[in-house]
Design a protein around this ligand. Structure first.
Ligand SMILES: Cc1cc2nc3c(=O)[nH]c(=O)nc-3n(C[C@H](O)[C@H](O)[C@H](O)COP(=O)(O)OP(=O)(O)OC[C@H]3O[C@@H](n4cnc5c(N)ncnc54)[C@H](O)[C@@H]3O)c2cc1C
Length: 412
């Protein structure tokens, strides 16, 4: 069995994986030029969602394509200039909306999200980060009964995977969340959901505990992977060369480039998302609130009220279009008329996304001693703890907590 492991990527997935590997008794180093949690894991909506299992591509999605190209306020937009490059991925994304693929994806996502709290528990206890977690439910709100009915398939998918939820009337919503504008006609409360009040702080806390226990985090970018036969031997980094025994690729939206160096062509795209955050809000909700039609989450974070979500397909290199964040803020103020508040900050992050919304996890079938842990899309914070545990079990060869087959890299 291997004794030394190198993890590429210090996002929430890389740090959960490194922490579980360390708990299994291995010597672990993490490489990332960005500080732990400084990329996509920095600005997400914080949702910890054991009932999340609905893939992003659902039946009927093809009808929405014209809106993606023409309506700048749509929950998903595609930048014209990037469209030719995105086309093959988008085609796979649309194809993943077939009912049998949706069911398969929902099973695979659910296996990762359902035990989210149980698998975070030992890591959070070790990091002393209990104060960052709230377990007070989540509410989806709909402006119209028609929109709620349009989502029926998604709720049925969740119900069949034992997600707990209860439907709310307009009156129930007003009683539960008086800060909300009285514009929502229907709601769904998921009592087992929760959230993290500071997703960046969570990764930082995991990193601090990992270092305290002897783990190394180095600010190096991996440029190349040199092979010895069919296993990696040396990482070429921007700070020199480094021998490697077992390698974990957890580099989020950038993992496709590294996988390609090992001969794996993966359809990994980035679904860019935005947030706007208002410091010192006058009024906040009690739980996290998802505006279902607009596809963003309102989260009362430690540092203010955060509105985060939506999708922009524009690749890894285009500059952010902060009008997307401004749009989120405008919707947020419509949602909470008494929001008030002070300074507004805006952020963009790269969700690592596979067309079927299912992450790539597990060993490379081409080369020895390489494992993947990327592509968790919209639910990476909720999947990271189970992913970390699963990868460590696969590395040490113990019984995996989740059947790893649905996450194979060669499924495409
Ligand atoms: C707006 C928005 C809202 C979201 N809300 C939620 C939510 O409520 N709940 C939820 O569960 N999920 C949510 N997500 C999704 C979640 O944030 C992501 O799935 C998750 O952060 C991905 O984590 P990661 O560790 O894979 O990637 P990242 O956090 O991006 O980390 C990858 C790291 O790899 C490093 N890296 C890349 N290439 C190299 C290299 N060559 N060498 C060394 N290091 C490298 C990068 O620098 C980066 O730090 C949201 C995402 C967005 C954008």
């Amino acid at each position: 069995m291997t004794r030394s492991v190198t993890v590429i990527g210090a996002g929430i997935v890389g740090m959960c994986t490194a922490s579980y590997l360390q708990r299994a008794g291995l010597k672990v180093a993490v490489l990332d030029p960005v500080e732990p949690g400084g990329s996509c894991s920095f600005g997400n909506a914080g949702g910890l969602s054991p009932g999340s299992c609905v893939p992003a591509s659902m039946p009927g999605i093809l009808k929405q394509v014209p809106k993606w190209l023409t309506d700048p306020t749509a929950p998903l937009v595609l930048r014209w200039r990037y469209a030719p490059r995105a086309l093959p991925w988008l085609w796979r994304f649309v194809m993943a909306s077939r009912p049998e693929t949706v069911e398969r994806s929902a099973d695979a996502i659910s296996a990762l999200t359902a035990p989210v709290f149980e698998n975070y528990a030992p890591l959070i206890a070790e990091a002393g980060a209990e104060g960052l977690i709230r377990r007070n439910g989540q509410i989806y709100v709909y402006e119209s009964e028609a929109a709620f009915l349009k989502d029926a398939r998604g709720w049925d998918i969740r119900r069949r995977r034992s997600a707990k939820f209860e439907v709310m009337s307009a009156d129930d919503i007003r009683k539960a969340e008086p800060a909300l504008a009285p514009i929502f006609q229907k709601g769904v409360r998921l009592p087992t959901h929760g959230y993290c009040v500071d997703p960046y702080g969570l990764v930082q806390a995991l990193a601090a505990a990992f270092r305290k226990n002897g783990g190394e985090i180095l600010p190096h970018r991996v440029l190349d992977i040199e092979m010895d036969g069919n296993q990696p031997r040396t990482l070429v980094t921007d700070a020199g060369r480094r021998p490697v025994e077992t390698l974990i690729i957890a580099a989020g939206a950038w993992s496709g480039q590294l996988a390609r160096k090992l001969g794996h062509k993966v359809p990994l795209e980035t679904q860019r998302g935005y947030h706007a955050m208002v410091a010192d809000p006058a009024k906040t909700p009690n739980a996290t609130i998802m505006w279902a039609e607009r596809k963003f989450l309102a989260t009362p974070m430690a540092g203010g009220m955060r509105f985060a979500g939506t999708v922009e397909i524009a690749g890894l290199n285009a500059p952010p279009d902060y009008s997307r964040a401004d749009q989120l803020l405008a919707f947020g103020r419509e949602m909470f008329p008494g929001l008030g508040g002070g300074t507004v900050t805006r952020w963009m992050g790269h969700r690592p996304s596979l067309p079927d919304s299912v992450a790539v996890i597990g060993p490379s079938p081409r080369v020895s001693n390489v494992f993947f842990a990327f592509g968790h899309g919209h639910v990476g914070l909720s999947c990271a703890s189970t992913t970390g545990r699963l990868v460590s079990e696969l590395v040490v060869g113990s019984k995996p907590c989740v059947d790893p087959r649905p996450y194979r890299i060669d499924r495409f």
